[in-house]
Design a protein around this ligand. Structure first.
Ligand code: CUA
Length: 347
């Protein structure tokens, strides 16, 4: 067989199509069977997952088709001994083929874009009687504000949502860019200083879903986690009522120091989310170990470090502590916390 004739042999198109169809079927099946995402926590999640499935249906066969031709060509037209200095045959193009491979991808792309656009509009549609929640991302915690008809909005570090109720999150940041992401809802948006961003979801089943910061925002980025608690409307109503009640106090009237330290008070971030303290059982390392750095300090010095954290920094640690404890902790809570820290740091 001469060089020319061997190189111009016909490609076994039928066999390749058969291989392509079989591999495509396997690829599509695998793509649809793999659990790519967490459970569908919102109605929007179902729409998003359907779009994903359609993309698998369309893109896997194209990928397989291209790879089949590439691999076949690599094998079939490989260089053989004695061909080192030979040029391939001159190719003058094939107008028909070129029209096809330009038009087909263009049609597929336009179709997929139109379909995604329609589905996106559906996801972003405003719903009647939607609840608005202001979400603030701040180094390194989330706070949520629930507007109350004719009253002060309720602020909390916990996120509660009534099942089935459309919600619109208005997302903000006072410091750097964060990203408010609830994977189970399939929605995320950046929290950008200076502007409001937003998205809508309708939680469709009760449960507790992770909330994640999806934008690298500093040392405590990985700690910026929370839960979206989707509960029944009656549970939601009683949670809101609880938040309206005066600040929680332990039996005897005084706030519980250890609880304040490990959980915060609903507005102020918990000390324990960044600091290690043996007595409270916390082990975070964003800030210094308080059992060590506060040892021997008097009450006034400890108070100063809580309300003016930037004044004196522990070497090796950055100025990351919230600067608003003066306002987010009550006078009584601050007293209790200072007394507690003084006691356990001395021991
Ligand atoms: Cu906030 Cu990452």
């Amino acid at each position: 067989m001469s060089e020319e004739s061997r190189r111009q042999e016909r490609v076994p198109v039928v066999q390749m199509v058969v291989v392509g169809v079989i591999v495509s079927a396997l690829g599509v099946a695998a793509g649809l069977l793999i659990e790519w995402f967490p459970e569908q926590g919102s109605t929007q999640a179902r729409t998003v997952d359907t779009v994903w499935d359609v993309l698998i249906w369309v893109s896997v066969p194209i990928f397989v088709l291209v790879m089949t031709f590439v691999l076949f060509s690599v094998w079939r037209f490989r260089m053989r001994p004695g061909e080192e200095n030979l040029d391939g045959p001159a190719i003058h193009g094939n107008t028909k083929l070129e029209v096809y491979w330009t038009a087909l991808p263009a049609i597929i792309l336009v179709a997929l874009c139109s379909y995604s656009y329609v589905e996106l509009k559906k996801i972003e549609e405003s719903k009647p009687a939607e609840m608005r929640i202001k979400v603030t991302g701040q180094q390194f915690a989330w706070t949520f504000e629930y507007p109350q008809a004719g009253g002060k909005p309720i602020a909390s570090t916990q996120l509660y949502l009534p099942v089935g109720k459309p919600v619109r999150f208005i997302v903000r940041s006072p410091d750097v860019i964060h990203d408010f992401w609830v994977p189970a809802f399939r929605m995320k948006v950046d929290a950008v200083p200076g502007i409001d961003t937003s998205y809508r979801v309708t939680p469709r089943r009760e449960g507790s879903y992770p909330v994640v910061c999806a934008e690298l925002c500093g040392l405590g980025h990985s700690l910026m986690r929370n839960r979206a608690n989707v509960v029944s409307p009656s549970k939601f109503a009683s949670w809101i009522a609880e938040q309206k009640a005066p600040a929680q106090t332990a039996v005897g009237g005084a706030p519980d120091a250890k609880q304040l330290f490990t959980e915060g008070n609903g507005t102020a971030q918990a000390c324990g989310s960044c600091h290690t303290l043996a007595d409270a059982g916390t082990t975070a390392t964003t800030g210094p170990d308080l059992g060590k750095v506060l040892k021997g300090e008097d009450a006034a010095a400890i108070r100063e470090q809580i309300v003016k954290p930037s004044a004196e920094l522990t070497p090796g640690f950055e100025d990351l502590m919230p600067k608003d404890f003066d306002g987010t902790l009550s006078v009584e809570e601050l007293d209790v916390l200072v007394k507690y820290l003084q006691k356990v740091a001395a021991s």
